[in-house]
Design a protein. Structure first.
Length: 256
């Protein structure tokens, strides 16, 4: 079973692996221990504060660098945003460039090898296909007057279905440029989410919201959540808690 760590704006902020949506934290079922390596599919909350984990050496520098991610989540919940240094406000154009560069490398280095191992039918029909519901997503975006600037698939190839990751760069007059990342885990996968950082809900599913703002009102918002079959992350340079945007943003994410 595939299990994912999803980093929204901090360190180990979310992982997905679906359980029933009572969403009670199971502090004994540490998903990083070998004896708990297989979990139910879906969203499972886990408290890293109550049950600390030993990080691999490669993760320790990331953890130290992003150790205040809980503060950012709690301040966002309390104040509508977290005040940060300007250096922590991401340049969305640079983020988009990183996605596109990564996709180019993926297309050149990994995709040919992965596709070579697939059936002729999959190579012919599914080489550009997302395994999740991209048609439904595109319909929602159209209803909310978004224009799709680019669409990229990748990750793991699911035989007979397509790739399990979709990144879309979209734009609207209201929200500006938005990066939407979707991971499909309906084919045996899931995510764990840090219970301590949950500060938002989307259709009753737990979510983690960061609205980072500096002293001159530069803003970077990141929202991540998961349903029973897919995880989502939206990033944009607007404060979605502002009165002028909050209602429309909620309508958008509730439709996903």
């Amino acid at each position: 079973m595939k299990k994912f760590i999803i980093v929204f704006s901090g360190v180990i902020t979310a992982l997905f692996s679906i359980v029933t949506l009572a969403n009670e934290s199971d502090f004994n079922a540490n998903p990083f221990l070998e004896e708990h390596a297989t979990q139910q599919q879906g969203v499972q909350l886990f408290s890293f504060t109550k049950t600390p984990i030993a990080l691999h050496e490669s993760d320790k520098s990331n953890a130290a660098e992003n150790a205040d991610y809980l503060r950012l989540a709690l301040e966002t919940k309390a104040n509508g945003y977290a005040l940060v240094d300007t250096s922590q406000i991401k340049d969305i154009e640079k983020v988009i460039a990183e996605h596109k560069n990564g996709h180019t490398l993926f297309q050149r280095n990994l995709k040919p090898e992965i596709m070579a191992a697939q059936s002729i039918a999959d190579q012919t029909n599914l080489s550009q296909q997302f395994s999740g519901d991209s048609v439904g997503l595109e319909s929602i975006l159209k209803q909310h007057e978004f224009t799709v600037i680019s669409s990229m698939v990748g990750g793991n190839f699911i035989a007979g279905s397509g790739w399990d990751q979709l990144t879309q760069i979209v734009k609207s007059d209201m929200f500006g440029t938005v990066i939407i990342q979707v991971r499909d885990f309906s084919h045996n996968g899931g995510v764990y989410m840090d219970a301590d950082a949950v500060n938002y809900y989307v259709n009753s599913y737990p979510a983690i919201l960061y609205v980072l703002k500096d002293e001159v009102d530069n803003v970077y918002t990141s929202l991540g959540w998961a349903t029973d079959e897919q995880s989502y992350q939206l990033s944009l340079t607007k404060n979605i808690n502002e009165v002028s945007l909050a209602k429309q943003f909620k309508a958008l994410i509730m439709a996903m």
